[in-house]
Design a protein around this ligand. Structure first.
Ligand code: AMP
Ligand code: FE
Ligand code: FE
Ligand code: ZN
Length: 291
């Protein structure tokens, strides 16, 4: 961590934002504009299971004098737990990584159709309604079904849909294919990227993945933990800080902005210049884009 490397990163940095290439409501260029309007100077676009927004977001960032890091948020699963793994500065053309994201995205379509068919037995909702609220090729998921439920006047907003009809307890939920986190950490690392577990403590201590499993991921190349995130519990953050210190992990903080789809706003959590530098130094798969 030399002075020279540090000087290349200019915060505030927000390393977790979504566009309409997955389940955000804005184009990549609009996400960048919003990030800048909230004071962000370095950002990463982390669409679910998809990297197609990098070009537009990178161009927008550079033209605004900002720094852009290519990113992704992988939908993984450990036992019954949904685990999200962020990847930064990997090679987006890596064949193994691309094959896995294609597989997840393909399975998400059939899964969303099954959920909608099941909801359609009790409510006036059809697959076509969901497609009308989705950008073609977006990484489709429950947020898009939520938008269709809102448009149909069945719920008021995405959050109400998630707390009700889309909650697994409501009985319409279906899982989609998801690789285990170990596979994802290896894929990102072998593609030259840095893997970071997203919001690892959203459900509290008892439901967080076991520390022993986290340590296996670290042994396999996991680079960091997203500790600054509104959904991590305070107890969880304390525990994660201890684990990060013990293993000298990268620690990030980010907004998980989804445009109008969630209350999260750019810059509500940020990552230090030192930690962004560590990500850039460690990655070999792609370069950040700078003005
Ligand atoms: P899925 O991957 O299709 O099961 O949907 C999960 C996605 O829904 C996550 O990526 C979240 O970004 C989003 N999500 C979860 N809860 C909410 C909420 N309350 N409001 C809006 N979006 C949500
Ligand atoms: Fe999302
Ligand atoms: Fe997530
Ligand atoms: Zn996210």
């Amino acid at each position: 961590m030399t002075q020279g490397v540090h000087s290349t990163v200019t915060g505030p940095s927000d390393l977790h934002l979504h566009s309409n290439h997955s389940d955000g409501t804005e184009t990549p260029a609009e996400v960048v504009r919003q990030a800048q309007a909230h004071g962000i100077r370095t950002l990463a676009l982390t669409d679910h299971d998809r990297t197609t927004g990098w070009g537009e977001a990178g161009d927008a960032a550079v033209s605004r004098g900002m720094t852009f890091l290519g990113g992704i948020e992988f939908s993984a699963r450990h036992d019954w737990r949904s685990v999200h793994v962020l990847g930064y500065l990997f090679d987006p053309t890596d064949p193994a990584l691309v094959a896995e994201t294609d597989r997840i995205r393909r399975d998400r379509v059939g899964r969303a159709e099954r959920i909608v068919r099941s909801i359609g037995r009790d409510y006036d909702l059809r697959w076509q309604d969901v497609l009308e609220h989705t950008t073609p090729d977006a990484t489709i998921g429950r947020p898009h079904i939520a938008d269709a439920l809102v448009a149909a006047g069945i719920v008021g907003d995405r959050s109400e849909a998630f707390d009700g009809i889309l909650h697994p307890r409501a009985g319409y939920y279906e899982p989609h294919y998801a690789p285990d986190p170990l596979t994802v950490v290896r894929l990102i690392t072998r593609a030259g990227g840095v893997a970071v577990i997203a919001h690892p403590a959203t459900s509290g201590r008892d439901r967080m993945m076991p520390v022993a499993y986290l340590e296996r991921l670290i042994a396999e190349g996991l680079g960091g933990l997203e500790i600054g995130h509104r959904e991590n519990t305070e107890d969880g953050k304390r525990m994660l800080r201890k684990i990060a210190a013990r293993h000298d992990l990268i620690v990030t903080g980010s907004s998980d902005y989804h445009g109008a789809g969630k209350p999260n706003l750019p810059g509500e959590n940020t990552t230090s210049d030192e930690m962004v530098s560590r990500i850039i130094e460690r990655a070999t798969g792609s370069e950040p884009r700078t003005p």
